[in-house]
Design a protein around this ligand. Structure first.
Ligand code: ADP
Ligand code: MG
Length: 723
């Protein structure tokens, strides 16, 4: 047992395909099927049919014209056929010696030279015909189909496929029919009478069974991680009367929208629990997420703990920082600022503020989760535009609280916890931690509360499936006084009209964004670059200050340009997508996006959301260019059409999901979420709803079956979901 087995090449290939356990093999379903259940006579085969014939070899020779090949002639009594092989081994030549009876399977071509099959699959004649279709599995080079077939067959026979569903019945499936074993056996070896259409569109009952099981596994595993999280501890952040929260609320220059107030309460309720919050705050661009975040931070600080707010770009982080100090410093709060581009001295000072606990709020970019950062007592982490962060970064934030991750940090972070809140309550958890306890993260450490924010709303079916582990709060209302943004899709050849529009906006004292996709001429893409546009606009609009912002500029320069624009000194800002997320300049009323066809749908929607933030009527112009092509590609047109037709972020997200599919939409590779292999949430909504109802019941009533079900379906993969 303890010896390390030496793996053959096909075995290694199977590992690479993730085929470790019997159940993995049993769930490795065919790509397609071949029908070897019957023999067709040559005379009955039509041009283009893929058939199996049984015939006698009447000629076998190597010819050199038009190309070197093995040319075999066979006769099945009804007609003759030429079999051509351009690559062949002597063994094939031997098997096809004149007089042999063989079976050949391939596509028959008519041709005036007579019937031909190119590279048919050859078997000796005789032997029983199979009574089921032959599966063709997805495979890789080092893993021959025949080897894989045997392996799958073995795995299927050995795998424990006993029922886990208990009394649950699957919608649309007759009870007692299609057990998991029956369904899998059928899908690997369907009878030749089956409707191939039903197999292909996965509407066959065997597919239904499989999809139901898969969706159930997804729900169960997320429910389980939710329950595991409920067993973890977090500091309970009770609200304080007349604290920072209440004073901020009074000091705001506006009233919260009803949606903001409701969502604020949802968050406050979570924070008051001694269990880590895991909540997503979604709201369309401009719905006012920042103030909700500030109020959550204030609750945390009122309770004597630190809060960290992290944004994906320096510009966005800086803007949050400004806004938050504007709101909170007059109320006496110290806010620390951490970013990669910071001067060393400033950084040291900030790190000291964070470590001593003097700064109740820490705002910054990824720099917030770097090794040197030691929090005094972090209790709430807020991540803006969460979809821009990967799983690792979210995990890093969590571990900032749970002992800093690295062993050498444990001592100082531990000390931070021991200090606890200043009000002299008992030290919040972890006070008497020893190093051995540190090893078991979760059991002894408090976790921070996590609030993620996103302007890319998750369509309902995705929220129900991939994000079932998350609590979601939605800002479904924009602050009052906004006028809808008019969106125009215009060909690049009409730039002059666009410049006239800009002039008109500038004349009214408004400001304009012009967004370009690339900063330098790239031969491959031949995009008009931001620099060139900047020059052209400067020439066309004399007397107007026109700024240029791109990602390769030094941070200080970016900052200067951005603040000149924010302050209204600059009429037009030409920029690459660095302004994509979150930038808030209410006086900007026109957004021009150049080469709009190159942007993703949610990116376009985010960009458009940069305008329409004040009371002035705003517009978004999507300039497209077809380049040398006569017209735009299908998906590019679908994106631009969606932009023109709706301004509703949820509708945009739904269409984006349609256009891209869940894998791309989720950014599966970076989110780490295991994707569904069999079910399709855009089709299988009924099964998804069923699984959502079943999962809690199963975990409560038949927990052992539930765990067995998760293990069977997710194996080691469910870990990812907990991030
Ligand atoms: P987003 O949800 O896109 O992050 P922001 O938080 O940047 O939106 O808010 C957009 C703008 O709306 C900001 O200028 C903000 O100060 C303002 N705002 C937020 N809430 C309200 C409100 N209840 N009434 C009026 N203006 C508001
Ligand atoms: Mg924002």
């Amino acid at each position: 047992m303890s010896e390390k087995p030496v793996l053959s090449a096909p075995q290694k290939a199977m590992r690479r395909l993730g085929l470790h356990r019997d159940i993995d093999l049993a769930l490795h379903l065919p790509l397609r099927y071949e029908d070897e259940t019957r023999i067709t006579s040559l005379r009955a085969a039509r041009d283009g049919d893929t058939v199996q014939i049984e015939a006698v070899v009447i000629g076998c020779e190597i010819v050199h014209r038009p190309r070197r090949q093995l040319l075999v002639t066979v006769d099945d009594g009804s007609d003759t056929c030429a079999l051509r092989f351009f690559t062949f081994y002597p063994s094939l030549q031997k098997a096809l010696a004149v007089g042999s009876r063989i079976r050949a399977r391939g596509e028959v071509r008519g041709g005036f030279m007579g019937r031909t099959m190119m590279h048919p699959v050859i078997k000796p004649a005789g032997g029983e015909l199979p009574d089921a279709l032959t599966p063709v599995y997805p495979t890789v080079a080092a893993l021959p189909q025949a080897y894989l077939r045997r392996a799958v067959q073995g795995g299927l026979a050995r795998a424990d496929l006993s029922d886990t569903l208990g009394a649950a019945t699957i919608p649309g499936l007759p009870e007692s029919l299609w057990s998991l074993r029956e369904a899998l056996t059928f899908l690997h070896h369907p009878s030749p009478e089956v409707s191939l259409a039903q197999l292909e569109d996965r509407s066959h009952p065997a597919w239904q069974r499989l999809k139901a099981e898969e969706l159930l596994a997804q729900q169960l595993s997320q429910l389980q991680s939710r329950q595991e999280r409920a067993a973890l501890r977090a500091p309970a952040l009770a609200p304080l009367r007349d604290g920072l929260h209440d004073r901020l609320l009074r000091a705001l220059p506006f009233q919260l929208t009803r949606a903001q107030a409701r969502v604020g309460e949802e968050i406050a309720r979570d924070l008051a629990q001694p269990v880590p919050m895991n909540r997503l705050l979604q709201g369309d661009v401009g719905s006012g997420k920042t103030v909700v975040a500030a109020l959550a931070a204030a609750i945390c600080i009122d309770a004597g703990w630190q809060c960290a707010l992290m944004a994906p770009t320096e510009i966005l982080a800086e803007q949050h920082f400004r806004k938050l100090i504007g709101w909170l410093e007059p109320l006496g709060l110290r806010v620390a600022w951490l970013t990669g581009g910071q001067k060393k001295k400033e950084r040291q000072a900030m790190l000291a503020l964070v470590e001593s606990g003097e700064a109740g709020l820490v705002v910054g970019t990824h720099a917030v989760i770097q090794d040197q950062v030691r929090f005094h007592n972090l209790a709430l982490a807020i991540i803006d535009e969460q979809h821009r962060f990967g799983v690792e970064q979210r995990l890093a934030l969590r571990s900032k609280m749970a002992g800093g991750g690295a062993a050498h940090e444990v001592a100082s972070v531990g000390a931070g916890f021991a200090a606890g809140p200043p009000q002299g309550e008992s030290p919040p958890l972890g006070g008497q931690r020893s190093d051995t306890q540190c090893a078991s993260v979760g059991a002894t450490f408090p976790e921070p509360h996590l609030l993620m924010m996103s302007a890319t709303p998750i369509p309902r079916t995705l929220a129900m499936s991939y994000y079932a582990d998350l609590d979601v709060s939605t800002l479904d209302e924009l602050p009052p006084g906004r006028t809808p943004i008019v969106t125009k899709v215009i060909s690049d050849s009409r730039r002059d009209e666009v410049i006239d529009r800009i002039r008109a906006q500038l004349a009214q004292g408004r400001q304009v964004y012009w967004v370009c996709p690339l900063i330098e001429e790239s031969e491959a893409l031949d995009l008009r670059n931001a620099t060139e546009t900047h020059e052209a606009l400067s020439a066309a609009l004399p007397g107007t200050l026109i700024g240029l912002l791109h990602s390769r500029m030094p941070a200080a320069e970016k900052k200067a340009v951005m603040s000149a624009f924010t302050a209204g000194q600059m009429g037009v800002l030409v920029s690459t997508t660095v302004i994509e997320v979150g930038v808030d300049v209410p006086n900007a009323s026109l957004m021009v996006i150049e080469h709009a066809e190159r942007f993703g749908l949610s990116q376009l929607h985010q960009l458009r959301g940069r305008v329409g933030r004040g009371a002035a009527a705003s517009a978004c112009v999507l300039l497209y260019s077809t380049g040398d092509a006569p017209r735009l590609g299908e998906t590019a047109r679908a994106r631009l059409r969606a932009m023109a037709e709706t301004a509703d972020g949820f509708e945009i997200a739904r269409r984006d999901l349609d256009i891209r599919g869940p894998g791309e939409f989720l950014g599966a590779r970076q989110s780490g979420a295991p994707l569904l292999r069999f079910a399709d949430i855009s089709v299988d909504v009924e099964l998804l709803e069923w699984a959502r109802r079943q999962a809690p019941r199963m975990l409560a009533e038949i927990p052992e079956s539930a765990h067995k079900h998760i293990e069977r379906w997710m194996g080691g993969k469910s870990e990812f979901l907990k991030a």
